[in-house]
Design a protein. Structure first.
Length: 536
């Protein structure tokens, strides 16, 4: 479940994390998943695990999780582009109402929800309208991340105490509320300023929102799989996640040509279906642990604790470990710098919604047409993950290249593709070159996988979970800052016009240029060598 622009999706490892990352349930970015919720032993105050917990096979649980993730991701697909079109329609109507009333097709007294049909879509590509839409969505993304950043670690601790199931069920209830409030504001747009839709960020107060739900989804899968099969399971679930990106956009595009509101209602319906479906998943905390009889449990160490001590202990569990972990990772400069490189990865996530506006405004494409283009992008992503990058990895392995060095080489190549693709996209003069550039950038989507794998090899095994926790925090900060920053750049580029319209994409490409140059200098030696020698 990933966080993304305004995404409430369960992105279990957007294939970017066979190990950890969201969105997006998410665009799951392992980034905010693995660290928060690990496979921990059952809490000390937990009673004997009930037999019904193990009545469902791990295969059945994984199937239900896959279906749940697919449904939530479909909900996101059905709401993202249509909601953006509705925002555009409202701002467009308000703009031309003052600038040139002759472009108004339906008077205010007769216009319906979302101001749809009030102005022809071709007149809605002006800088003032597109800039407002970008800032509205960018600020929404920033606000959505605040509760997630604050609550992710405490809720992760609660999931280890209460179990995964209650956290997931309650958390999923916030998704339809979020989208429902945004639709309500758009429906009564003549009575509300669209900025009132920002209050939908309060949905994340219900157990953290999309990033935390992505984390819970990842942990449920981890609970019922072993180390040997886990990566394969994540790849299958990620494929299911990407399937929605391949199948839904054509249907969404067709619905949008008739009424975008219908697509949003379908999205709300999918979110609502996800809640009862999650009830079918049993509690997986301690799923693979041997149940010990009550009489074998030791009462040793039990003491009476006051509520004040319990709260203090809980807060220490949440945040004290991060201090020690940070000191440990600072000993290897590579780890620090590589963690920072997860910021451009999150910028890539936040810039995705701008593709709709950029292609629509610069090349005169309708939102429905751009949505179809994203289907092609999803197909290229699937092909890259399942075939091209897997083939390259095996080729290097057959050549005798070590796993650590393979990860570094492929990370360099992926970052280079991102650099070329995003810069070319920003300067593309027509839709054809834009499409080719988008495909080039898409071919580098494996960057986060190889970077995460390489980074994991630089730390001791017992430090990996702590490392992912810090990466998760960096990811969330990247999402928070990236949304408003890229939206502002897009708004500024629209005002300047010409080649400046692609300003956010050029900036992202330049950031990947810095990342690529750094990766070319870094060595693949083990941590103990780097502690002494530093960066090559």
């Amino acid at each position: 479940m990933t966080a993304g622009s305004s995404k409430d999706s369960i992105d279990v490892v957007e294939i970017e994390q066979p190990s950890q990352a969201t969105t997006k349930l998410p665009d799951v970015y392992e980034t905010e998943v693995t660290p928060l919720l690990g496979q921990t032993a059952a809490p000390q105050n937990e009673t004997t695990i009930k037999d019904d917990r193990c009545q469902m096979s791990s295969r059945a649980i994984l199937i239900i999780m896959g279906v749940l993730i697919l449904i939530i991701q479909c909900a996101d697909q059905f709401s993202e582009a249509p909601l953006t079109r509705i925002f555009e329609s409202i701002y467009c109507y308000q703009y031309w109402e003052h600038e040139d009333p002759t472009k108004i097709l339906i008077p205010r007294s007769a216009i319906g929800p979302g101001a749809l049909g009030g102005v022809e879509e071709q007149w809605c590509k002006v800088a003032e309208v597109q800039g407002k839409v970008a800032m509205l969505k960018g600020t929404q993304q920033f606000l959505d991340c605040i509760p997630s950043l604050v609550l992710s670690i405490p809720i992760g601790i609660l999931a280890d105490r209460w179990g995964r199931r209650p956290i997931m069920v309650i958390g999923l209830c916030g998704f339809p509320l979020r989208l429902g409030w945004q639709l309500f504001v758009c429906w009564f747009w003549q009575n509300f300023n669209l900025r009132v839709s920002w209050f939908s960020a309060l949905h994340a107060l219900i157990l953290g929102g999309s990033p935390v739900m992505s984390a819970v989804a990842f942990v449920v899968v981890s609970d019922v799989t072993n180390q040997e099969s886990r990566s394969a399971v994540f790849l299958r679930i990620s494929s299911a996640n990407l399937t929605s990106n391949l199948v839904c956009p054509p249907l969404v595009a067709w619905i949008m040509t008739r009424n975008p509101l219908v697509a949003v209602f379908i999205g709300i319906g999918c979110f609502c279906i996800g809640v009862p479906l999650s009830l079918l998943i049993p509690e997986t905390l301690g799923y693979q642990q041997l149940v010990k009889p009550d009489e074998e449990r030791s009462d040793e160490g039990e003491s009476i604790s006051t509520p004040e001590n319990q709260v203090k202990s809980f807060l220490e569990q949440c945040y004290k470990p991060l201090v020690g972990s940070t000191k440990y990772f600072l000993h290897d400069k590579r780890v620090v710098l590589l963690v920072i490189t997860f910021v451009p990865i999150m910028l890539t996530v936040t810039i995705a919604p701008l593709l709709l506006q950029y292609a629509s405004s610069r090349y005169g494409m309708t939102f429905a047409s751009v949505t179809m283009l994203l289907t092609v992008r999803a197909g290229v992503t699937i092909a890259m993950f399942l075939f091209v990058q897997s083939w390259a990895y095996k080729l290097l392995a057959n050549a005798g290249v070590s796993g650590q060095k393979r990860d570094l080489l492929l990370a360099r190549g992926s970052a280079g593709l991102m650099l070329v693709g995003w810069v070319a996209m920003g300067f593309s003069p027509n839709a054809i070159l834009f499409t080719v550039s988008l495909m080039v950038a898409t071919m580098g989507n494996g960057f986060s996988i190889f970077l995460r794998s390489f980074l994991t090899g630089l730390v001791e095994p017992n430090r990996v979970a702590e490392l992912y926790t810090i990466v998760g925090v960096v990811d969330t900060l990247g999402l928070m800052l990236g949304g408003p920053l890229l939206a502002w750049l897009f708004q500024r580029g629209m005002q300047l016009g010409g080649m400046f319209v692609g300003l956010p994409f050029v900036l992202l490409g330049l950031i990947y240029a810095v990342v690529t140059s750094f990766l070319l200098r870094i060595g693949h030696h083990k941590r103990k060598v780097m502690v002494e020698e530093g960066i090559e």
